[in-house]
Design a protein around this ligand. Structure first.
Ligand code: ASP
Length: 342
């Protein structure tokens, strides 16, 4: 049986062409993209595609687009062995994180890729990324099961867990990295899977797509000089239910009473505040310093080593389930799709 793969084309640089007037890159259609990768025919796969009605620059990505991607996968789940999502790099890590929560019980590969240079350019990275993504989506283990059974990002030399990934370069072909989790595969002369890092599925359950995401979420960045009035305004944002607080180092924050009180009052009003570190690598350890301990004492929840991208999308997902704040605060620190290490 030939592997059956469904490509979901959302847009991004990979399919873009230059506007003759402005010289700026703008999204273009799927036929243009495929015409530029004649090698795809050399893969003995059955490939179908779904295209966004209007392919987008991923800076325009929103919750409705995530619904559309999840629907494309859920409606076709049983008919395909794997899925490749073509996406711009700018918000790819957010989409990968969101899909990992929205696609409950996923046990087939969902490989997201794109490129830094448009597919029509001589030195494009898009052709290789697309072909490798298709090969990974089609790969089977010795029991005939898909090798990858999760949402992952394939880019240049690596396959990363989607909800552990971050865009780290606007210029480099190796644009993504997972700072707190090993690569799922290295891409060189071959595709070398790191089997111990891949997500294991004990029992295959039917896919359970979740479409509800609650966007009453915001982020708050700490920096020396943060002003009380501005902080209090942010914490009093109408409708806000959850805040991802980007703290220092191992999860530390100012110990001044005005800061601690403002945060405590927000938590008492029922706002869920998740503590993630501004460091690219490492985890929140509230117990390590007094400055982290005091913050934890206000009821702020530790996000451990979760990425910012996974933190915001997980909050949207948990509030989207209709859970009360206490329950969101409890579940947010428990891994759902391998996004954090407790
Ligand atoms: N702005 C583009 C996008 O995210 C960048 C890219 O695809 O690399 O759609």
């Amino acid at each position: 049986m030939k592997p059956r793969i469904l490509i979901v084309y959302t847009g991004g640089t990979i399919g873009m062409i230059e506007d003759p007037k402005t010289k700026a890159l703008k999204p273009f259609n799927f036929d243009h993209l495929i015409e530029n990768v004649p090698k795809i025919k050399m893969l003995d796969y059955e490939i179908d595609h779904i295209q966004f009605p209007k392919p987008i620059d991923s800076s325009d990505m929103n919750v409705q687009h995530w619904h559309a991607i999840v629907r494309s996968i859920a409606d076709n789940y049983d008919s395909y062995d794997g899925f490749v999502v073509l996406h711009g790099t700018d918000t790819m890590a957010y989409t990968a994180s969101a899909l990992s929560f929205m696609l409950g019980n996923l046990h087939k590969p969902v490989i997201i890729t794109g490129s830094q240079l448009p597919i029509g350019e001589v030195r494009t990275d898009g052709e290789e990324n697309l072909i490798t993504a298709l090969q990974i989506a089609a790969d089977r283990d010795r029991y005939g099961k898909p090798t990858v059974r999760e949402v992952a990002i394939l880019f240049e030399n690596y396959l990363w867990r989607g909800n552990r990934s971050t865009k780290r370069s606007a210029d480099n072909f190796n644009a993504f990295k997972s700072n707190n989790y090993p690569e799922l595969a290295k891409i060189g002369l071959g595709i070398y899977f790191q089997r111990e890092a891949l997500r294991k599925i004990e029992v295959e359950k039917p896919l359970e797509p979740h479409y509800e995401l609650d966007t009453h979420i915001m982020s708050l960045d700490l920096f020396p000089g943060l002003n009380e009035e501005i902080l209090r305004h942010q914490l009093a944002t109408p409708g806000v239910k959850g805040i991802v607080l980007r703290s220092y180092g191992a999860g530390n924050a100012p110990t001044s009473p005005w800061f601690v009180n403002a945060i405590r009052e927000a938590v008492e009003r029922g706002i869920v505040i998740l503590n993630v570190t501004q460091c690219v690598n490492g985890s929140v350890h509230p117990e390590r310093y007094e400055a982290g301990d005091i913050l934890a004492g206000t009821g702020v929840v530790s996000g451990h080593d979760i990425t910012f991208e996974a933190a915001v999308t997980k909050m949207m997902y948990l509030f989207g389930l209709g859970l009360p704040p206490k329950e969101v605060a409890r579940q947010i620190a428990i891994p759902i799709a391998g996004e954090l290490t407790v």
